[in-house]
Design a protein around this ligand. Structure first.
Ligand code: NAD
Length: 499
């Protein structure tokens, strides 16, 4: 059986005695590979190599580091099909979706091609007599990123591209459920000219995550995953003095106003609720129609659109989405559907019990639609992370805003309306980090930054964009004065003052 190894100092590391993890094919429901789970001493090896390599990389001028980013971007583009197949095979998302996963990460690499401009510091001439002040951004040293299963290319690239471009060495701990694409990305970075030791991949679960969080030579950790683990990782890393940014789970709402273009809204909501089997942190698993008439019309159109959805294997070009990631996750989603029914939701479309011919053991779930959901239901409060859409009816605009605003998660939200004033009020008032106006999945483009509020994000700096550069650099501020031809320097500027 194929064994996926750790990638340290520019190559796969042959190890003995490591624990291994199963890598499943979610379409077939069987183990297709094993992954070697790194331990503390392997992490020490990765960090030692990273520490040795980082100073030389940091001293490469920013323009040359940017050239590596250019070549890395080209290498990813040239290997897009291979990467997409790896993702589809281990994650289960359809090929077109897997390409989208890569493309959104690629755009962060593209943004990092402009690194010299992003790294420019600030300068004040004459801040005092003969005194100039300037600031510069320097890399932190060795930094790490821990990523979830649902975007095996995009989220590693969100982190590793700015970290490396800024002159750090990076340790990536990808999801152990789909480790192949992250390792391939590391190989491509090397082919693009990245020196050995600057990008390392260690596989594993809680054991290696804890080792990363406790390692004294790792200066910052970026995490994306579920909220309880994000909060734990944030707390443990911060207690060890590390810079931390930890993105968590989500329960995103779509508000549909009575004046919305319903056909467009339904097409967008169905794509955002069921695409990638609902396994996106920016999925739209809740829709809030405002007013009874909107609810009736919306539900009717949703049922019709759901009837047209095709669930299939990732290589089926006509499939809208594939299986969920694991048997446990399938059982968890099914349990939430049952809970929703037991709590009093109306099961309008039931996606349970779907089997695909030739793939009877695959982790497939049909689209599920629940109506008459209430805010006090646990099935509404929790993140389900599957192809399940819940209708939470609102009697007014004010009530519709209150649902996402008072929810524990605050990642993304969308409003569908033709009314600019309502949209503007909504964007201003809603207590959520990323807002879409007639845009269902408002993932910010690479030159803005990605981050949710409340339990969707711990830490103050967002992923990628200029925040990514801030996260992976530290500011140094220099105040300088030079001897001025023998004349006595005016001391009045000296702080604290002596007069
Ligand atoms: P997860 O929290 O189970 O795993 C994330 C990472 O943490 C993985 O690398 C995993 O190995 C590690 N991990 C797992 N258990 C751990 C433990 N007990 N201690 C320390 N580390 C542990 O998440 P997942 O199931 O891989 O991904 C889905 C979740 O990620 C969803 O909640 C989704 O909303 C969230 N997500 C959030 C964003 C965002 O940007 N906010 C983006 C994508 C996914």
């Amino acid at each position: 059986m194929k064994m996926i190894a750790n990638f340290i100092n520019g190559g796969a590391v042959a190890s003995t005695g490591l624990r291994t993890g199963d890598v499943f094919n979610p379409s077939l429901g069987h183990v297709q590979a094993r992954v070697e789970l790194a331990n503390g001493s392997l992490l020490d090896q990765a960090v030692a190599n990273a520490l040795a390599a980082q100073p030389a990389w940091a001293s490469v001028n920013p323009q040359r580091r940017a050239r590596v980013m250019f070549r890395f971007k080209e290498a990813i583009e040239a290997n897009m099909n291979e990467l997409a197949e790896m993702i589809a095979l281990e994650h289960g998302k359809v090929i077109a979706d897997a390409k989208g996963d890569i493309q959104r990460g690629l755009e962060v690499v593209e943004f990092m091609c402009g690194l010299p401009h992003l790294l420019k510091g600030e300068h004040t001439e004459g801040a005092g007599p003969g005194i100039d002040v300037y600031s510069l951004r320097q890399p932190l040293g060795v930094v790490a990123g821990i990523t979830p299963f649902n975007f095996p290319a995009m989220i590693p690239l969100w982190m590793l591209a700015p970290a490396i471009a800024c002159g750090n060495a990076f340790i990536l701990k990808p999801s152990e459920r789909n480790p192949s694409a992250p390792v391939r990305l590391a190989e491509l970075a090397l082919e693009a000219g990245l020196p050995k030791g600057i990008l390392n991949v260690v596989h594993g679960d809680k054991e290696i995550v804890d080792a990363i969080l406790d390692h004294p030579d790792i200066k910052a950790v970026s995490f994306v995953g579920s909220s309880d683990i994000a909060q734990y990782v944030y707390g443990r890393g911060a207690a060890n003095g590390k810079r931390m940014q930890c993105m968590g789970g989500a329960k995103n709402h779509a508000i549909v106003m009575p004046d919305a273009d319903l056909d467009q809204a339904v097409a967008d909501i169905v794509g955002a609720a069921y695409g990638s089997a609902g396994e996106r942190c920016m999925a739209l698993p809740v829709v809030s129609p405002v007013g009874e008439a909107t609810a009736v019309a919306l539900r009717q159109k949703l049922v019709a659109a759901i009837g047209d959805l095709r669930v299939g294997v990732p290589t089926d070009p006509d499939a809208h989405y594939g299986p969920v990631v694991s048997a446990q996750h399938k059982a968890r989603v099914e349990a939430y559907i049952q809970l929703a029914v037991d709590e009093g939701s109306e099961l309008v479309v039931d996606g349970r019990g779907l089997t695909l011919q030739g793939h009877e053991e695959g982790y497939f779930l049909g689209p599920t639609l629940l109506d008459h959901v209430r805010p006090d239901m646990q099935s509404y409060r929790d993140e389900i992370f599957g192809p399940v859409l819940q209708i939470l009816r609102a009697s007014s605009f004010k009530e519709a805003i209150s649902y996402p605003s008072s929810h524990a998660y605050g990642n993304g939200v969308a409003i569908f309306t033709r009314n600019g004033d309502a949209a503007r009020q909504f964007a201003s008032a809603v207590q959520v980090g990323m807002v879409g106006i007639n845009v269902p999945i408002p993932v910010p483009v690479a030159y803005h930054s990605f981050g949710g509020w409340k339990r969707s994000g711990f830490g103050d700096l967002n992923q990628y964009g200029t925040d990514g550069v801030r996260f992976y650099t530290q500011v140094k501020t220099v105040t300088q004065r030079w001897p001025q031809g023998g004349s006595v320097i005016d001391q009045s500027f000296v702080i604290p003052t002596m007069s």
